[in-house]
Design a protein around this ligand. Sequence first.
Ligand SMILES: NC(=O)c1ccc[n+]([C@@H]2O[C@H](COP(=O)([O-])OP(=O)(O)OC[C@H]3O[C@@H](n4cnc5c(N)ncnc54)[C@H](OP(=O)(O)O)[C@@H]3O)[C@@H](O)[C@H]2O)c1
Length: 238
Amino acid sequence: MKSAIVIGVGPVDGLGAQLCHRFAAEGLHVEVAGRTKEKLEAVVASIEKAGGSASAVVADATSEADIEALFERTGDSLDLAIYNAGNNTPGRIVDMEAQYFEQSWRVCCFGGFLFGREAVRRMAPRGSGTLLFTGASASLRGRSFFGAFNSSKGALRMLAQAMAKEYAAEGIHVGHMVVDGAIGGEKIKTAFPDYAARLGEEGMISIDGIVDGYAFLYHQPPRAWTFELDVRTSQETW
Ligand SMILES: NC(=O)c1ccc[n+]([C@@H]2O[C@H](COP(=O)([O-])OP(=O)(O)OC[C@H]3O[C@@H](n4cnc5c(N)ncnc54)[C@H](OP(=O)(O)O)[C@@H]3O)[C@@H](O)[C@H]2O)c1
């Protein structure tokens, strides 16, 4: 049985969880990784209820030991690895603590390096595999009050692009998904209800639509690989 690792999994109605669902439905065993055990177990339970196979793994994306241990679980079966961790970190630079900026970089960039490195270490000897990274509007442009997040997501995108070029000849497809706007999932709806209400359902990106993009990248043949997809709603001004 082929397996997948998805790190950055939270609520069932979230992007990370729905990526796990989709690839479990496609027959992969999914290692469901994130920080909060209860959330991971709820995702695994819902996958198993739907007939899929998954395990919950508590792992912090910024911990080298956690990421190495996470990849130890899959052995040669690893076919897909998705780096989905990444919290928005707003704030004016002039007021920002150094540690806050560094933590943003650790989650959005450094963690992507640790994760990507362990993925290619396992995929390259076999000569196949897919490694995908989740980006945001922040991946493409700097914006006032978002300097920490923009710089770390931008760096993650450049890491992904470098890896796409460095490992393509070894059979590894590296891709990056620019999620350009708010996702219509639990995160925005519960943490920012006023913002979600202002946007309305039509103004928030469909999780299923984003997941379709990941599945498209995963299934591309080596003679027609895409590095990057962007998704936004029809309402988005960009
Ligand atoms: N939400 C949006 O509107 C939006 C828009 C554009 C792009 N994105 C991107 O989409 C991805 C998914 O984000 P999401 O917020 O919507 O949530 P999500 O996919 O539902 O869940 C992501 C989970 O990542 C976990 N996480 C955060 N830091 C981590 C770390 N250091 N190690 C392991 N797991 C960690 C969090 O777990 P805990 O619950 O334990 O904190 C969070 O629940 C992110 O890369 C984000 O930048 C989101």
